[in-house]
Design a protein around this ligand. Structure first.
Ligand SMILES: [Zn+2]
Length: 61
């Protein structure tokens, strides 16, 4: 199956990326209760930064 992580940048269609991770990022849904709907992801993320337009895409591993 073709991985979305191998797709070109959705913004500028280029394919030159830098890969990294977020550390200790806390994600919270808009208009959600803090206790119920937040979770953190750090080690489970792969972050793809487009070197052409600086768009960032986050993938969970
Ligand atoms: Zn781009």
């Amino acid at each position: 199956m073709h991985s979305p992580q191998e797709e070109p940048c959705p913004i500028c269609k280029k394919e030159v990326f830098e890969w990294g991770k977020f550390r200790n990022v806390l994600y919270t849904k808009d208009q959600s209760s803090w206790l119920k709907d937040n979770f953190s992801f750090g080690n489970k993320t792969k972050v793809r930064r487009c070197l052409s337009c600086e768009n960032i895409q986050i993938f969970l591993e």
